[in-house]
Design a protein around this ligand. Sequence first.
Ligand code: GDP
Ligand code: MG
Length: 326
Amino acid sequence: MAARPRRSAEESEALAARALAGDRAALARVLSDIERGADTAAFAMHGGTASHKGAWTIGLTGAPGAGKSTLLGALLSHAARLGERTAALAVDPSSPISGGALLGDRLRMPAIATDPDIYVRSMASRGRAGGLADMTRAAVRCLHACGWPRVFVETVGIGQLDIDVSTVADLVIVVLNPGAGDEVQVSKAGLMEIADLFVINKADHPGARTLRQDLAGMIATLPAGRYRPGVHETVATTGEGVEKLWTAIADNLAQAERSGALHERRARRAGREVIELADAMLKRRLEAVARSDLFDGVQEAVLAGEMSLNEAAARMVGAMSSVSDL
Ligand SMILES: Nc1nc2c(ncn2[C@@H]2O[C@H](COP(=O)(O)OP(=O)(O)O)[C@@H](O)[C@H]2O)c(=O)[nH]1
Ligand SMILES: [Mg+2]
């Protein structure tokens, strides 16, 4: 079962209202609630619709050390220069020990951390019931609702791909490195299926050209009619190639919008989110029924052999419809 929120329903609502009004500290606390697996339905009711006009979510995935956080920092610097309100979410599937340190450690860019147009946050699924993907979707929904239309999500991936970023993001960037044997990973780990854009980061290292050729070769063998991901090179530490990447992201999203692919992906995601919320609602209702007198009666009837287990379960399910969600 999900951890109980520490706040009362009234407190949660007041907090959500402040977060929605643009209060960063309140937003941070809402995200911590989401991280702990608190019930986000109250927040959803306040304006957490699945889509916000003009909002987008970009996923960044790749092996640990590929330079995702550094690249994210460079992208955020660029966003700050453009004056585009942009948020970054680093999602860490690993143990509670490393949780939270992810971005703070790597994003050595204090200027960004204090920029009013930039919001940076790490999250781990500490003790959270349910998957990382649903936590991430809830967090992104929350960020969009709270006035952060552009959200980048960094996930530790490849091999230990704990989270399918394509179920979270409008566009997935796979970050690779030269000389790291990444071309093998691409074919093995099914990255060709999830990548909308490949970034060869650490392009200052030898082997960038070889990797680019290998990737081009693999992309060329994709069946006719299949989407062909673009390949970009960056040096995240210097910011080289980042402006071009930013433009490519925008072009890619615009193209996906025109083709209807973006709509399709978002519709699937909206459906998934509705199911997740409905699932949480059902669990809460069942818990409420299990606390009611009806349950005591059913329990006794089963014990006395007057009611079958199936019938008992059906009674419980039937009673769930009369439980209020508020
Ligand atoms: N030479 C070089 N080093 C880089 C580049 N991008 C990142 N790094 C370094 O690679 C290491 C891992 O980067 P990080 O962003 O933490 O990788 P992450 O685990 O994918 O988030 C750090 O020491 C970075 O400074 C790059 O383009 N060129
Ligand atoms: Mg990182």
